[in-house]
Ligand binder design. Structure first.
Ligand SMILES: [Zn+2]
Length: 241
C-alpha cells in the first residue's frame, strides 16, 4: 500500500539515527540530537499503536488467541471475546531518563559553554532572536516585560536543542533502543486482558497525563535545572539587549 509505514522502515530510521550519533565529525551535535529528538517525538515512534501495522499485528495475535479457545481475561477471569493488548513495559520518557541520569554538577558546569555556543550562532541570545521567538509564540511585538522575558527563557531552556546539548549521546542511544523495543512487541512486554482491566490499569496514566512522577528534564515545573538554565539565559540576554 502506498505511503504505508511498515515496521522495517521504522527500524531503518532508528538505525540511521544511531549512525548519525556515531559520527565523530558532526558540526553541531546538539542540532543533530534536536532533529533526532523531534523525529522520536512523532506519533509513528511515540504512539505506534495508532499505526495500521500495529493494528494488523494485534488483530493477527487476537485471532490466534481466540482460535486457541482462550477467551478468558487472565486478570479477572471474565469471559472476553475482544481482548485488549496491554503493555507491561514502556520506554522511559527521554526527559525522565535525563532527570534520573544527569548529575547536577555536570549540568551546572556545562551551562557557560551552552551560553557561549548560543551566542556564537548568528542569532542566539540577542534582540532579534528574542523578537522572533516572542512573535512566533504570542503573535505580538515584544514589550520586554518580565513575564515575556520568562516566556523566552523557558522556551529556550525546554527546547529540544537544549535537551540535546545537555544529554549524553549514550543516554540518547539507550532511549533509541527502548523505542525500538516498544515497536518490536516482544512477547514478554505485553499481555491480553479484558477491556475493563485494561482501562483500570491505564487510568492513573490517563488521569495524570504522564507515565512517571519524576520531573521531565528542563520541562516540568519541578525541574530545578530548568530554572537554573532559564536564569543563565536571562542574565546573558540582559547583557545583549
Ligand atoms: Zn479482566
Amino acid at each position: 500500500m502506498k505511503g504505508r509505514i511498515v515496521r522495517e522502515q521504522l527500524y531503518s530510521e532508528l538505525d540511521l539515527q544511531i549512525k548519525k550519533l556515531h559520527n565523530p565529525n558532526l558540526r553541531d551535535r546538539a542540532k543533530t540530537k534536536k532533529h533526532i529528538l523531534r523525529l522520536l517525538g512523532k506519533n509513528k515512534f511515540k504512539k505506534p499503536y495508532q499505526s495500521a501495522w500495529w493494528r494488523d499485528y494485534r488483530a493477527a495475535k487476537v485471532n490466534k488467541l481466540l482460535a486457541s479457545g482462550k477467551c478468558e481475561c487472565p486478570e479477572c477471569g471474565a469471559a472476553c471475546c475482544s481482548p485488549t493488548l496491554q503493555h507491561v513495559w514502556h520506554p522511559t520518557p527521554f526527559r525522565v531518563l535525563c532527570t534520573q541520569n544527569i548529575n547536577d554538577q555536570d549540568f551546572i558546569s556545562a551551562i557557560p559553554e551552552y551560553i557561549e555556543l548560543q551566542e556564537k550562532k548568528k542569532s542566539g541570545l540577542n534582540a532579534q532572536e528574542y523578537k522572533n521567538l516572542i512573535y512566533h509564540r504570542r503573535k505580538t511585538n515584544p514589550t520586554f516585560e518580565d513575564e515575556e522575558i520568562m516566556t523566552y527563557a523557558y522556551a529556550k531552556a525546554s527546547s529540544n536543542y537544549a535537551l540535546g546539548y545537555f544529554s549524553s549521546d549514550e543516554l540518547l542511544l539507550f532511549h533509541i533502543e527502548e523505542v525500538r523495543r516498544h515497536i518490536e512487541l516482544l512477547d514478554k512486554d505485553y499481555k491480553f486482558v479484558c477491556k475493563g482491566c485494561a482501562f483500570k490499569e491505564d487510568k492513573p496514566i490517563i488521569d495524570s497525563g504522564k507515565l512517571s512522577d519524576v520531573p521531565y528534564f528542563l520541562l516540568s515545573e519541578g525541574c530545578t535545572r530548568r530554572d537554573l538554565l532559564a536564569q543563565a539565559i536571562i542574565d546573558r540576554l540582559a547583557q545583549n539587549l
